[in-house]
Design a protein around this ligand. Sequence first.
Ligand SMILES: [Zn+2]
Length: 188
Amino acid sequence: MRLGRLLLAALLGLVLVGSLTTAVHADPRWVFYTKDKTRYESPWFKGAHRVMVPYGCTTAPYYSPDSRCRDQRGFHHGLDIAMRCGTPLYAPYRFKVVSNDSLGPAYGDNPLLLRNARLGWDLVIGHTRRVYVREGQVVRRGTMFARAGDSGAPDGCHLHFERRAVGGGLSTATWPRPLLALTPRERP
Ligand SMILES: [Zn+2]
């Protein structure tokens, strides 16, 4: 009986700590421009996180009006995923780190431009805080290569994932979600 109570107290404590941790990890600057509240897992990052700004026409105020969008909306060329600063990023594929010189300041101080010519993509990752790989390096599958941050991001810690054609610029950006392989987190 006493053991049962102890176990129950321990369990409640764990639940409490769990919810507190979640609250601490939320970033007060986050604004979500989607109704989707699903937390997604991806082989590219640790944990499960919400989409903040989807790819395509958006009401988010950071983008200038685009002819593809109605009501003066802007076009978001990537997919933003909210995750606390420091969240590790992993390489689900082998890729090469390409020069990021062509990327403007909106992507942060040290954004990544990754290339897998065989699979036919470039991937820009914006707002990284720590980057553990350098230009010219071929990164092996499974490598933890960077951490999420808020560099260049007034809207809090998140990452911007932008899929482009190999060697193509911003205008070649396409829906990045299949490359990110987002899957809803399994509920216990
Ligand atoms: Zn973005």
